[in-house]
Write a protein that binds this ligand. Structure first.
Ligand code: G3P
Ligand code: CA
Length: 312
């Protein structure tokens, strides 16, 4: 079976991330799922941003009317200075415009700076429903709760608004094309008790890697359906040459306890077609990508080469 192709922050290799334009392009390029990272406004509305500090992905720093919102906070143990989404109402946030996060890497995308607003989760779900209907194929959503404990401490817990929004858009049933993801286990356990939607435990290469040992994976399988892991945890790179090394036991260990494995994040700037295909050979079930068209083509080429090999 072909792995899921998950458009990471939309088609973020081609448009400023987490904009409706980025999600729309990802769908047009054939992605199976679009991935919004979710944070909350001061008035409790879920919006798509990779983090709650919005200085790097909007034009807020150039807006004199919000100069007094510049502040320093501690978020999940990190000291950050900037502008924070939870200090803006939705109406205020809607006056801002998205900009390319990495202009030095993706200068072509800067032509779209200033053209798109910050979408709400509701707007994303409406877009997905509209495009699913128009194209006659189910397009999935793969939302991530960002900093869930931090937002709960602010009185802006993300989980109930998330489930409410999915229910409003008839995406809450067990067969809906939805995965819910988090780096934190606490809110995944909370969600487990309240939804049958598949849950994904995220693990970064410098984070809770104890969760992807054979023992850790068994524990994760008690509340989640998949792990979403940094790709180096499946195929490490040789630190000297940068070449992909042998696959770790992670995929086999996860499959042994019934967990799917999705890896993040493939990028044209970093991953060749062959490297993408190495993840397919390693048996992963889903690929997060900034460039859904490249990743889909790598999957198609891989599937046809497997067929050719089988026919020999
Ligand atoms: O959610 C999978 C992957 O996106 C996690 O990393 O930092 O890009 O949200 P991040
Ligand atoms: Ca994410």
């Amino acid at each position: 079976m072909l792995p899921l192709v998950i458009a990471h922050r939309g088609a973020s290799g081609y448009r400023p991330e987490h904009t409706l334009a980025s999600y729309r392009l990802a769908i047009a390029l054939g992605a199976d799922y679009v991935e919004p990272d979710l944070v909350s406004t001061r008035d409790g509305v879920l919006v798509a941003r990779h983090e709650n500090e919005i200085g790097g992905t909007t034009d807020v720093a150039a807006r004199p009317e919000y100069a007094d919102r510049l502040t320093t906070k501690v978020v999940d143990g990190r000291i950050l200075t900037g502008w924070f989404v939870e200090d803006f109402t939705l109406a205020e946030l809607k006056t801002l415009r998205a900009v390319e996060r990495v202009p030095e890497l993706r200068p072509r995308n800067t032509r779209y700076d200033g053209r798109y607003d910050v979408p709400t989760f509701d707007e994303i779900l409406a877009l997905v429903a509209e495009e699913s209907h128009r194209l006659g194929r189910p397009i999935g959503v793969y939302p991530e709760t960002k900093h869930p404990s931090y937002f709960a401490d602010q009185g802006l817990a993300l989980e109930e608004p998330l489930l409410d929004a999915l229910a409003r858009h008839e995406m809450a049933g067990p067969d809906a094309p939805v995965f819910l993801q988090s780096f934190e286990a606490g809110n995944l356990r909370w969600l487990r008790a309240r939804t049958a939607l598949p849950l994904v435990q995220l693990v970064s290469a410098d984070g809770r890697v104890d969760r992807v040992t054979a023992t850790g994976l068994r524990r994760v399988a008690s509340y989640a359906d998949a792990v979403g892991v940094a790709k180096d945890l499946v195929l490490p790179r040789d630190p000297r040459t940068g070449a992909l090394a042998e696959a770790t036991p992670l995929v086999a260990d996860a499959h042994a306890v019934g967990l799917d494995v999705h890896v993040w994040t493939l990028r044209d700037e970093h991953d060749s077609i062959e490297e993408t295909q190495a993840f397919l050979d390693a048996g992963v079930d889903g690929l997060f990508t900034d460039h859904p068209d490249t990743t889909l083509e790598a999957c198609r080429l891989h599937a046809s080469s497997v067929l050719v090999r089988a026919a020999r």
